[in-house]
Design a protein. Structure first.
Ligand code: FAD
Length: 252
């Protein structure tokens, strides 16, 4: 249908689409409802990788023993998305394709070095998560493609997640960070640049024995936050450094 009857806007949980319709910013009026496609739902192991169907909801992520055991930072992120209603309806695939820099699962997928499996009538292709976003709210996905699943290789080390919003629930992130402290150090941050970013310089510094004080300074330079209605750039810079320090000190 995407190939022959397009353009069509795919609908998953509709929690983002509904907002854009309401605000009048979505011009599209022809939709493709994905919700009945059970093949795109659920969490399973594929070889050593964790495979998460694009239609898996936040509630399912929180309840999944595989996610809780292998990717606890994703279960933590899912617990902090919206409120219960959004968690029951919103999907991880919608979060990824919606491409908001404040999407709460995106730093987790960046830190986990996920691969996105895209499908179209022409076949499947696999895109590393860090090549998926082409810029602010744009992705490399074509109009005739769907996100089918997200594959996550085993993650070694401690996983940490922290979201800073105005309040505990129903808050859009001012800063959101996922980190892995293990054989490698991985730090991914959302809401502080046009897309989610990996803080590679900060990672290298901490991995080579640099101090957390130095890491704070490098991280504040590495991010590119803006002033907007939710926060100021200066606040985001400071809080990003504070969050890193807190996660780093709690890693032991
Ligand atoms: C009250 C409220 C609170 C919220 N709180 C948070 C929050 O705390 N954190 C957060 O990150 N987000 C939050 N959101 C945003 C939203 O709920 C999430 O981004 C959610 O994951 C979107 O998933 P969905 O299935 O509803 O996507 P949809 O709205 O159905 O789709 C979003 C976009 O992705 C496309 N799409 C969806 N699935 C696919 C697919 N498989 N293949 C191709 N394209 C696809 C759609 O065409 C659309 O462009 C909130 C939204 C609301 C209304």
């Amino acid at each position: 249908m995407l190939r022959d009857d397009g353009p069509l806007t795919p609908l998953a949980g509709c929690t983002d689409v509904y907002v854009t319709l309401n605000f009048g910013t979505l011009k599209a009026r022809r939709f493709l409802n994905l919700w009945p496609l059970d093949a795109l739902r659920g969490v399973r192991l594929r070889g050593k990788a964790l495979s998460i169907g694009a239609l898996t909801t936040y509630t399912e992520l929180q309840r999944s023993p595989l996610v809780r055991r292998r990717l606890p930072m994703l279960a933590a992120a899912a617990r902090e998305v919206g409120g219960v209603q959004i968690q029951n309806r919103g999907t991880i695939g919608g979060n990824v394709v919606n491409a908001s820099p404040a999407g709460d699962t995106l730093p987790v997928l960046a830190a986990a070095e996920a691969t996105l499996v895209l499908g179209s009538a022409a076949g499947k292709r696999r895109v590393p998560f860090d090549s998926f976003y082409a810029g602010y709210r744009t992705t490399v996905m074509r109009k005739d493609e769907l996100l089918l699943s997200i594959e996550i290789p085993p993650v070694e080390g401690l996983q940490r997640f922290r979201k800073v919003g105005t309040r505990a629930a129903q808050a859009i992130s001012k800063v959101v960070m996922a980190a892995v402290f293990g054989p490698s150090v991985r730090i991914a941050v959302g809401s502080v640049a046009p897309t989610v970013i990996r803080a590679r310089k900060t990672e290298r510094l901490l991995a080579s024995g640099g101090s957390i004080g130095e890491a704070r300074r490098v991280l504040m330079e590495e991010i590119a936050p803006i002033d907007d209605l939710r926060s100021t750039a200066a606040y985001r810079r400071r809080v990003t450094a504070n969050v890193l320090e807190r996660l780093w000190r709690r890693k032991g």
